[in-house]
Design a protein around this ligand. Structure first.
Ligand code: C5P
Ligand code: MG
Length: 314
């Protein structure tokens, strides 16, 4: 009897939380937002909100998470294939890069394959693509122009996302298996590279003449973000006393991006499900706390940040 009454009370509190959470973050009611365990999510949001902006850090993937997957029905480029629309690489190189993508991208997004099967193939994809780029003798000074002329697009709402983080002093770690120099140029192009942003990615190395000669090791690919990287010291010093993480990703490997961060207690994981939505839905719903299907905006992360920052009156 006592047990039943307390169960009832717990259920009432949880349902109240659900209602409150949905009212406070109404964007969570949108079509295309899937939440496996609403109680868990609202508890997490409540924890993040109680801690306030001073206890929060954001860790986000770049390609197809901060950048768009598609725009007006057209696929948008990743940082690796953004150079396809530039004159920095030859037609032959573009052709070879596309062939690599056609071979390995289906592997990357295959939810039936094991990580043991995928990882060597991912290393092969990234290594072959980097070798091809190195053969092109790309000049560092031409990257900014190639980026500004590219079709790369950030998700709608990006300006609010970056300005909220800056206003509230919340550090952002962009953890990307893309090309770091290109991520940096895209952010610079939009005036978003502020003192609270750190980038962990595959950076190019250049010789004395400013010509591409290699990539910094160890390689980051979609499925090794959780271990083996020396994380940005700037981000560690800005975030060591921030136990709560808002994590944004689009690959199933992105959920591990906060694994190496010291002192993390709670992670609210938001996953963008961009491609092969129906087939991959079960895997995304069991991996991420909140799944956003075919959503080219940052509206949901922005709404959660608004909720947290309003609560701390920042
Ligand atoms: O920023 P993010 O970690 O998402 O960047 C990695 C993405 O770049 C992968 O999801 C992959 O699809 C893409 N990629 C690419 N060309 C390569 C290697 C990876 O477009 N050669
Ligand atoms: Mg990505």
């Amino acid at each position: 009897m006592v047990f039943q009454t307390s169960c009832l009370r717990v259920r009432k509190v949880f349902s109240l939380w659900n209602q409150l959470g949905k009212q406070q973050v109404p964007e969570l009611n949108r079509a295309g937002v899937i939440i496996r365990d609403a109680t868990h999510v609202h508890q997490l949001i409540h924890t993040l909100q109680s801690g306030g902006a001073n206890t929060l850090q954001v860790v986000s993937d770049f390609d197809m998470t901060l950048s768009k997957f598609s725009h007006n029905g057209q696929r948008c480029p990743t940082t690796h294939n953004l150079l396809h629309s530039s004159c920095l690489i030859t037609e032959e190189c573009k052709h070879k890069m596309r062939a690599l993508q056609e071979r390995f991208y289906p592997v990357e997004i295959d939810t039936a394959m094991s990580l043991e099967e995928k990882i060597p193939l991912m290393v092969e994809w990234w290594s072959d693509a980097h070798d091809l780029l190195v053969q092109q003798e790309i000049q560092r000074k031409l990257l900014a122009n190639a980026v500004s002329q590219s079709e790369a697009k950030l998700r709608d709402g990006y300006a609010l996302f970056f300005s909220t983080l800056e206003r509230c002093g919340v550090p952002l770690l962009i953890f990307s298996a893309g090309v770091g120099d290109i991520v940096e140029e895209i952010l610079k192009h939009h005036h978003l590279l502020t003192h609270t942003v750190s980038i962990q990615a595959n950076y190019m190395t250049f010789n004395k003449e400013g010509v591409l000669e290699g990539f910094v090791e160890p390689l980051i690919h979609s499925f090794n973000k959780g271990a083996g990287h020396c994380l940005s010291p700037a981000h560690i010093s800005r975030s060591h006393d921030r136990p709560y993480v808002l994590l944004l990703g689009d690959s199933l490997g992105d959920v591990s991006m906060a694994n190496q961060l010291p002192g993390v207690q709670k992670v609210l994981k938001i996953g963008y499900l961009n491609d092969q939505v129906e087939a991959r839905r079960p895997a995304y719903v069991s991996t991420y706390d909140i799944v956003l299907e075919r959503d080219e905006t940052l509206d949901v992360p922005n709404a959660i940040l608004r909720h947290i920052s309003m609560a701390t009156h920042l």
